[in-house]
Design a protein around this ligand. Structure first.
Ligand code: FMN
Length: 171
């Protein structure tokens, strides 16, 4: 089978979208009390000892200003009944505080917003920021975790769409 030369970024985006991912909501707090909240599917674990994870952030996003100075970052692995949170945290034009309004979050270590009802949460501090193209890779040293297994399957994202219980049942 032949591969074709890459034509444009729309092709690139479409091909990358064929890789199914989980969905996380990332929150952060700065020393000045600034908040970020955004939906992220570029999350991955990096190292077990010491515990490190990463995600990639668009430097053009308004969340970048908060995340580059974050005192602490929290990553919430979302379940299928939390698609509303994923949609809200992916809304451009809202501040982090706006996105978190109505979510009934609680303050975790260092005041980082923790979203209730999330079965798996990791929080930590920034290890390194590596700029690459129009994104920055944010490496995080994880020092707190929360796990409360839920019967609801993880939310996933594939070819531009969220999984839904109906879609899963139909597959
Ligand atoms: C399923 C999904 C996954 C996303 N993953 C990422 C990601 O990994 N990195 C990123 O920078 N933006 C990602 N986004 C986009 C941000 O969530 C969105 O642009 C967010 O509103 C941040 O923009 P803002 O900081 O300007 O508000 C994703 C959006 C969706 C719907």
């Amino acid at each position: 089978m032949m591969t074709e030369p890459l034509l444009d970024s729309a092709d690139f985006r479409q091909v990358c979208g064929h890789f199914p991912t989980g969905v996380t909501a990332v929150t952060a707090v700065t020393d000045e009390g600034g908040y970020a909240a955004l939906t992220v599917n570029s999350f991955t674990s990096v190292s077990l000892e010491p515990a490190k994870v990463l995600f990639c952030l668009a430097t053009a996003s308004s969340s970048f200003a908060v995340l580059k100075n974050a005192r602490r970052i929290a990553i919430h692995i979302l379940a299928q009944d939390q698609e509303d949170i994923a949609r809200r945290c992916a809304t451009s034009g809202l501040t982090g505080a706006d996105k978190l309004e109505g979510v009934a979050w609680t303050a975790g270590p260092d005041g980082v917003p923790l979203i209730p009802g999330t079965s798996a949460i990791l929080t930590g501090t920034t290890d390194e920021l590596i700029t690459s193209g129009d994104h920055v890779i944010i490496l995080i040293d994880v020092d707190h975790v929360h796990l409360k297994p839920s019967p609801v399957p993880a939310l996933s994202f594939y070819r531009g769409r969220f999984s839904s219980p109906t879609a899963v049942a139909a597959d």
